[in-house]
Write a protein that binds this ligand. Structure first.
Ligand SMILES: *[C@@H]1O[C@H](CO)[C@@H](O)[C@H](O)[C@H]1NC(C)=O
Ligand SMILES: *[C@@H]1O[C@H](CO)[C@@H](O)[C@H](O)[C@H]1NC(C)=O
Ligand SMILES: *[C@@H]1O[C@H](CO)[C@@H](O)[C@H](O)[C@H]1NC(C)=O
Ligand SMILES: *[C@@H]1O[C@H](CO)[C@@H](O)[C@H](O)[C@H]1NC(C)=O
Ligand SMILES: *[C@@H]1O[C@H](CO)[C@@H](O)[C@H](O)[C@H]1NC(C)=O
Ligand SMILES: *[C@@H]1O[C@H](CO)[C@@H](O)[C@H](O)[C@H]1NC(C)=O
Ligand SMILES: *[C@@H]1O[C@H](CO)[C@@H](O)[C@H](O)[C@H]1NC(C)=O
Ligand SMILES: *[C@@H]1O[C@H](CO)[C@@H](O)[C@H](O)[C@H]1NC(C)=O
Ligand SMILES: *[C@@H]1O[C@H](CO)[C@@H](O)[C@H](O)[C@H]1NC(C)=O
Ligand SMILES: *[C@@H]1O[C@H](CO)[C@@H](O)[C@H](O)[C@H]1NC(C)=O
Ligand SMILES: [Zn+2]
Length: 775
């Protein structure tokens, strides 16, 4: 769960932040198979990118942004200086930033968001073509600018191969002349390698194509599956090991245009138009000689099959709640074979030899499949229905479908002609929407592959290694504060308390970046196998995909190494809790002002990044996190009595937030905040604030009271803590974007992310001398 919203997202086809709107998920689709926040260890990371691992969506908590603190330099004498003023450069800068952000004419007890952010909101207008502006988006923009500048520098002999690859990929992506010159040749090459796209040629014959061999080969070169998806990832029920998952596939187009539709439905006709334009282009380019009228028939048959496929799949809505007892279905290889055989396929199309198929896929990574291999099937009924569907489908239709899906998978890397067709289709089904600039699109694409190489440059340039040390100490303080709050709580019994403390203690932290990226040898090793040139955009990404897919497949036999499981790249403005590994992650991108600043008051750092740390820790104990134990296994460690109390507390938060309204959305369904959808984030926000303040109090107890800020002498350091907590949330959003967020998002709009936790905080009420039950 993210703390805010940022450009980065998860690996599923519906990334958490982007799923707020279908349009956006389409955009996410443009950026590769989905986007990514993460990389679990480098190896897993790359796998995730390619594999669309289904469970990431609910599992990663990407905190887009919040908190941070700094430990004051030891030289600074703070003892006995309670009312003196800090005049260091850092204090002056941070004071000025707070002052600019505030609206002191507002009553902090009445509307603290206005009080802390009123000035900021006036000064920061939404940039043209954007839906909003926030502290996160401003930092994202700065990092993007840095990366683009780095991309544009020339390769030198000092650069590692990974860095050269990175620049090559970006250059080639921007080189539209070279892309045009290649035209659709790279695509035709792929189609040819699978025996040609039947509908585009006049003399296709069945013997040229075996869908099982083709699917295995597509899986281990492109990382995708069009009829079912095979992947490997940490075994949810035994997180020390990995296991093979078989899931339903991604359809390639949104389900709503196919499901329960037929050839006369409007969107299906748009789809027909799209496919037909592409097929005619391919036919003409290769001189395939197929007749128009045959192509029409082929497309109709193929779309009917695609609709049938959509109809037997489980809806995403039903998959979005993480219900392990539904999706975790372990099979042995034999059992899986018996399972699909029991669908009683009568012709060869419906028969799958799983041992052979998996062996084909994994052969590329030199992994041999064991006769007793464990396979987790997420949608067993789907698999059976698929076998029955294939059994009734002609080889020609299946071949047409698989070739078309290959086209669709690669279409955004081709020339203008095909991209315009794809955009026209998107626009027909979604209405007009802004297409990101080529620069931004290329940046994002390259980042998904080369995120650690880019991160290496970023931290070399913009990251003070001391920050890691400071963060480590701060996380320790936050964990101690969390633990003391658990110990003090009167609603948990002793047994549950012990388990909670154990889980917090076991939580693994990842700060800034993995050390291996700063070592040229290991960085080159990590990216060894990617081949790029400055003018072969299509091939560059094919090479990168193959590299990532192979890396990921190899991971099947690795034991989970919890010391090096990075789920994010460094140049990312976000923070994460990852339940399956019980880990918290704070990439280098968020460890800067306003979240964290070296030399600032500890009050500012604890209020900002400190509360972000607390937020992530608390996710381990929210409405999802409470289900998993210290190793990420779904085992209840709560006593019945305490669990009942937990449900009550949870309901209380749901009710509180459901009462919040957004005046600008008065006439819409989004007038009220959805307390239920946002409960996990709200629990994390409330816990985060409480833990951070407790940690700050401990800090003061150890180090003595802090000085005041220049120009803000009338505020105590404790008040500065709460101001810093609020200002990281300052944002302006268009009504449409706000509406999306309320309807589909997991985060409460920023105004209530500030007001909600503060109104529950006795510390806040006391330090701002508010009447109870404000702000
Ligand atoms: C990176 O490219 C530069 C310029 O072409 C070259 O001098 C250098 O050797 C390359 N680095 C590696 C490791 O290939
Ligand atoms: C199909 O026809 C084309 C040209 O008409 C020819 O070049 C090609 O070899 C034929 N393919 C097969 C498999 O017969
Ligand atoms: C999960 O692991 C536990 C302990 O190893 C085992 O008892 C249980 O049967 C497993 N659950 C499933 C669904 O395989
Ligand atoms: C297609 O769907 C429409 C609307 O759902 C329905 O009216 C029509 O009869 C269907 N046509 C066929 C051929 O099933
Ligand atoms: C989870 O799935 C199981 C099996 O399909 C079902 O019985 C159960 O009600 C589901 N639980 C929730 C919370 O939806
Ligand atoms: C397959 O055949 C077996 C044996 O005749 C039968 O018991 C089973 O119900 C059939 N399965 C399906 C899905 O029709
Ligand atoms: C970089 O990594 C290599 C391989 O692990 C190691 O041999 C070398 O000592 C490292 N270099 C530095 C400067 O740490
Ligand atoms: C806790 O609740 C579960 C389900 O409600 C019940 O099966 C179990 O016996 C209860 N345990 C105790 C110790 O009361
Ligand atoms: C929500 O608002 C209603 C009506 O104003 C009030 O009665 C109720 O107590 C509020 N609930 C919470 C949890 O604040
Ligand atoms: C909150 O969202 C969920 C899921 O979208 C929906 O089922 C529920 O009705 C919404 N609640 C309110 C109060 O709008
Ligand atoms: Zn969160």
């Amino acid at each position: 769960m993210e703390i805010g919203t940022s450009a980065v997202t998860l690996v599923c086809d519906l990334p958490e932040e982007k799923d707020t709107k279908i349009k956006r998920s389409r955009k996410a689709f443009l950026i590769w198979v989905g986007a990514v926040v993460g990389a679990v260890g480098f190896v897993i990371a790359t796998g995730l990118l390619a594999d669309q691992v289904f469970r990431l969506r609910k599992q990663i908590d990407s905190v887009n942004g919040e908190l941070f603190e700094i430990r004051f330099d030891q030289q600074v004498q703070r003892r006995n200086e309670e009312n003196s003023v800090c005049l260091t450069k850092e204090c002056i800068l941070s004071a000025a930033t707070l002052m600019e952000s505030m609206d002191e004419s507002a009553d902090p007890c009445d509307d603290f968001y206005q009080f802390a952010c009123g000035g900021w909101q006036k000064k920061n207008v939404i940039p043209h073509g954007h839906e909003g502006i926030s502290q996160f988006s401003i930092l994202d923009g700065r990092i993007d600018r840095f990366i683009k500048e780095f991309f544009l520098e020339y390769n030198t002999e000092l650069d590692s191969k990974a860095i050269n690859n990175t620049r090559d990929m970006y250059d080639a992506c921007l080189d539209l002349n070279a892309v045009e010159e290649l035209g659709i040749t790279p695509l035709v090459k792929i189609l040819d390698s699978f025996g040609q796209w039947p509908m585009t040629v006049s003399n296709w014959t069945e013997d040229r194509f075996d869908w099982r061999k083709a699917s295995a080969s597509i899986r281990n070169t492109f990382g995708v599956g069009f009829l079912f998806q095979v992947s490997n990832f940490v075994d949810v029920n035994d997180t020390d090991l990995s296991v093979i998952y078989v899931d339903q596939p991604s359809l390639g187009v949104p389900s709503f245009i196919l499901r329960e539709n037929n050839l006369t439905s409007a969107h299906v006709m748009d789809y027909f138009t799209f496919i037909s334009a592409v097929a005619l282009t391919v036919r003409d380019a290769i001189g395939g000689g197929a007749y128009d009228i045959d192509i029409v028939k082929d497309i109709e048959d193929m779309i009917s099959f695609h609709i049938d496929l959509a109809n037997i799949m489980t809806l995403n809505e039903h998959r979005s709640d993480w219900n392990l007892s539904r999706i975790y279905n372990p099979f042995s290889l034999d059992e899986l074979q018996m399972w699909t055989d029991s669908a009683n396929a009568t012709n060869s199309m419906g028969q799958i030899n799983w041992y052979e198929h998996l062996t084909d896929i994994y052969s590329i990574a030199d992994v041999s499949i064991n006769p007793d291999e464990k396979i987790v099937v997420t949608e067993p009924e789907y698999l059976k229905k698929l076998v029955q569907l294939l059994d009734q489908t002609s080889p020609r239709v299946i071949a047409n479908f698989i070739h078309w899906r290959l086209v669709l998978e690669n279409i955004y890397d081709l020339n203008d002609e095909l991209m315009i067709m794809a955009d026209a289709f998107d626009e027909a089904i979604y209405g007009p929407f802004p297409i990101p600039s080529r620069e931004d699109w290329c940046l994002e694409r390259v980042h998904v592959v080369m995120g650690f190489a880019i991160g290496a440059k970023y931290v070399e340039d913009s990251f003070d290694p001391q920050t890691k040390v400071d963060m480590k100490e701060m996380i320790l303080n936050l964990k101690m504060a969390f633990s003391s709050l658990v110990e003090d709580s009167n609603w948990m019994d002793k047994e549950t308390k012990i388990n909670a403390l154990e889980k917090a203690a076991a939580m693994k932290e990842y700060i800034g970046y993995p050390d291996w990226i700063t070592n040229r040898t290991t960085l080159e090793l990590a990216y060894h196998g990617i081949n790029t040139k400055q003018d072969t955009h299509f091939d560059n990404f094919q090479s990168a995909k193959r590299f990532m897919v192979k890396n990921n497949l190899r991971f099947l036999r690795f034991r989970t190494n919890r010391d090096n499981l990075w789920i994010s790249f460094p140049a990312v403005v976000n923070a994460f809790y990852y339940p399956m590994l019980n880990s918290i992650t704070f990439p280098a991108g968020i460890l800067q002002p306003p979240f964290y600043g070296k030399g600032r008051l500890a009050a500012s750092n604890y209020g900002a990044i400190g509360a972000v740390i607390g937020h992530e820790i608390t996710h381990g104990f929210d409405d999802e996190g409470y289900k998993t134990d210290k190793k990420g296994h779904e085992i209840s460690w709560w006593t019945n009595h305490t669990l009942t109390e937990f449900y009550k507390k949870k309901q209380c938060i749901i009710d509180q937030y459901s009462n919040y309204t957004l005046l600008e959305l008065k006439e819409t369904d989004a007038f009220h905040v959805n307390g239920s959808n946002t409960q996990g984030e709200n629990i994390a926000d409330n816990g985060g604030l409480r833990e951070a303040f407790r940690a700050y109090q401990n800090y003061v107890a150890r180090n003595g009271p802090e000085k005041r800020l220049p120009g803000l002498e009338h505020y105590t350091p404790e008040q500065i803590f709460f101001l810093s907590f609020a200002t990281v949330e300052c944002s302006n959003e268009s009504p449409e974007s706000l509406e999306d967020q309320v309807l589909f998002g997991v985060h409460t709009p920023s105004r209530y992310r500030v007001i909600g936790p503060l109104s529950n905080s006795d510390d806040f009420i006391q330090h701002f001398k508010c009447p109870t039950s404000s702000p």
